[in-house]
Design a protein around this ligand. Structure first.
Ligand code: PLP
Length: 402
């Protein structure tokens, strides 16, 4: 039995939603694979992937099956009880990574919040209260809770909300000497995005991550990789640390992990995990059976040599054509996290490129004002890549015509 729903339009957003977002003028209503349809029935190709979330596109049959089967079985029991999907997901993640233990939550910010609290708790237990400083990088992004915007350190996200969390410093990204100068025996953790996502798709240099690992070891500090954007196959490896071969102590994951269903995870080793004893941290929904069942299905599809190899092949397919586009001075990124840096003439105009693409029936992202970002489904059909790039080239041609 279908229930009659009141019609809603984009104008309702301004009327009844808190204005912290500025969504596009159209409302997507349905998706299938890498195609999306809006209220007017217009079809768009999705190169945005819900901001690196819809790793298997829209309504992937394996995810629909996992979600509906779980929806007919058990939704929620809280962490007063454990549940089978959470245990299965933890096994999959532990088997596939450096980690021995998993903690589940509902977003990237929460995964990082857990990581930062754990790092401070470990240092507190082992060395005392003075060892609480966290070193982060300039232009990093770790989420929107007060702790995570404080660690992110970008004033546009963290200013104007009263006192920030203290004991945090920021050093330039990819600058090992700066990290070396800042790190001390008071440092409890260094947190790095292996590829800075939100602020321009900037990959770390291998020597930088290797050097950070060494400095952390020398100072008894934990190395945290924020893999919320780079994780779960995005780089053609399950996690970006595997692409680099540098192993963190704590890793945060979210976005693609649920393929569109909200879930986050913090992964770590036995030795570190043991400091988060019963009662020290938690969240009501964390490890929810619905989210965990979907994430299990996500991993089953993505964590295969075939799917991961295809991500690298699709990167080349994108890059070959993007490199010929005259708006861009550089195409960077790994796997299906691609950033195209605008030339000096087009600097600051990423939003105009997004709008032009939308007019041609294509959803893309920006990563700051100077970079156009592509984070499509990891299983996007080659035909959809080609058609999407045709549309993108048409949008660029129109922009160039003025
Ligand atoms: C998106 C993102 C976050 C925040 O995740 P939310 O689910 O929005 O809380 C944290 N870190 C990185 C690197 C991200 O890209």
């Amino acid at each position: 039995m279908s229930v009659e729903q009141a019609p809603v339009q984009r104008a309702d957003f301004d009327q009844v939603m808190v204005p912290n977002y500025a969504p596009a003028a159209f409302i997507p209503v349905r998706g299938e694979g890498s195609r999306v349809w809006d209220q007017a029935g217009r079809e768009l190709i999705d190169f945005a992937g819900g901001i690196a979330v819809n790793a298997l596109g829209h309504c992937h049959p394996a995810l629909v099956k996992a979600l509906t089967e779980q929806a007919n079985t058990l939704w929620h029991v809280s962490n007063v009880f454990t549940n089978e999907p959470a245990l299965r997901l933890a096994h999959k993640l532990v088997d596939a990574t450096f980690a021995d233990k998993a903690f589940f939550c509902n977003s990237g910010a929460e995964a990082n919040e857990a990581a930062f609290k754990l790092a401070r708790r470990v240092a507190h237990d082992r060395f005392g209260p003075d060892k609480h400083e966290i070193i982060s990088t300039v232009n990093s992004f770790h989420g929107r809770t007060l702790f995570t915007v404080s660690v992110g350190g970008q004033p546009k996200y963290s200013d104007g909300f009263g006192p920030k969390i203290t004991g945090i410093s920021h050093v330039p990204y990819n600058d090992l000497e700066a990290l070396k100068a800042q790190i001390s025996d008071k440092t409890c953790a260094v947190v790095i995005e292996p590829i800075q996502g939100e602020s321009g798709v900037v990959p770390a240099d291998l020597a930088y991550l290797e050097g950070a690992r060494k400095l952390c070891d020398e100072h008894n500090a934990l190395l945290i990789f924020d893999e919320v954007q780079t994780g779960v196959g995005r780089t053609g490896h399950l996690y970006a640390y595997q692409h680099y071969g540098v192993i963190p102590d704590i890793l945060s994951s979210a976005k693609s992990l649920g393929g569109g269903f909200p879930i986050g995870a913090m992964l770590t080793t036995d030795d570190i995990a043991k400091h988060l004893v019963a009662g020290t941290h938690g969240t009501t929904y964390g490890g929810n059976p619905l989210g965990c069942a979907v994430a299990c299905a996500v991993l089953d599809v993505i964590n295969t040599p075939q799917t991961l190899a295809a991500v690298t092949a699709k990167h080349e397919r994108f890059k070959a054509r993007l490199e010929k586009i005259e708006l861009f001075s550089l195409v960077r990124g790994v796997g299906l996290l691609i950033g195209c840096v605008l030339t000096d003439v087009w600097k600051g105009k990423a939003k105009d490129v997004l709008n032009a693409a939308e007019k041609e029936g294509l959803m893309v992202l920006q990563a700051g004002p100077d970079v156009v970002r592509f984070a499509p489904s990891l299983v996007i059909e080659d035909a959809d890549i080609d058609e999407g790039l045709d549309r993108f080239e048409r949008a660029v041609a129109k922009l160039l015509q003025g």
